[in-house]
Design a protein around this ligand. Structure first.
Ligand SMILES: [Zn+2]
Length: 164
């Protein structure tokens, strides 16, 4: 939970949020959408926060998902780490305008596209910005030649050779 201030907690007791939660639980068949548990305490997880939605119940249903207490905690922790890692990798390899292009590719991806959502997004990036992807792989290959001693790159080498 990003916002653990008192007014936000008060809002979680609001009847509008209680109604929204029930809607999401119902849609998700009262099961955690990560581990399928129906035994543990269920939470409704906000997949993202946006200032344009001042109340927890203002969010579109697609942005909300049922998770058990344990998965909710783990997801919240893991997400922060994943966000930082992704941002670091993007900044290392791309300029701001290129990151924008990549983000646009992913923004065309909908949860309803799953399980192929990510490949649709990557396809769209590939189609529109082939040069970015080419440069990314060129850099990757260059790096792997420079740092051949790095173990994970060694493992990846046969794949990179095919790309070459
Ligand atoms: Zn779970």
């Amino acid at each position: 939970m990003i916002k653990d201030n008192s007014s936000y907690i008060e809002k979680l007791h609001h009847p509008f949020w209680q109604k929204k939660r029930l809607e999401i639980f119902q849609r998700d068949s009262w099961r955690c959408q990560l581990c399928a548990s129906s035994e543990d305490t269920l939470h409704v997880h906000h997949r993202y926060y946006d200032k344009k939605y001042p109340n927890p119940w203002d969010y579109p249903n697609e942005s909300l998902i049922t998770l058990c207490e344990i998965c909710h905690f783990e997801e919240t922790q893991a997400l922060k780490e994943a966000e930082n890692f992704l941002l670091k990798v993007l900044k290392m390899n791309f300029f701001a305008h290129e990151i924008k292009h990549i983000a646009n590719g992913f923004s065309s991806m909908k949860l309803s596209d799953l399980p192929n959502g990510s490949s649709i997004a990557i396809e769209s990036i590939l189609r529109n910005h082939m040069n970015l992807i080419e440069r990314f792989f060129e850099d990757l290959i260059k790096n792997s030649q420079n740092k051949a001693s790095t173990s994970w790159i060694k493992e990846e080498k046969p794949i990179l050779t095919v790309v070459e």
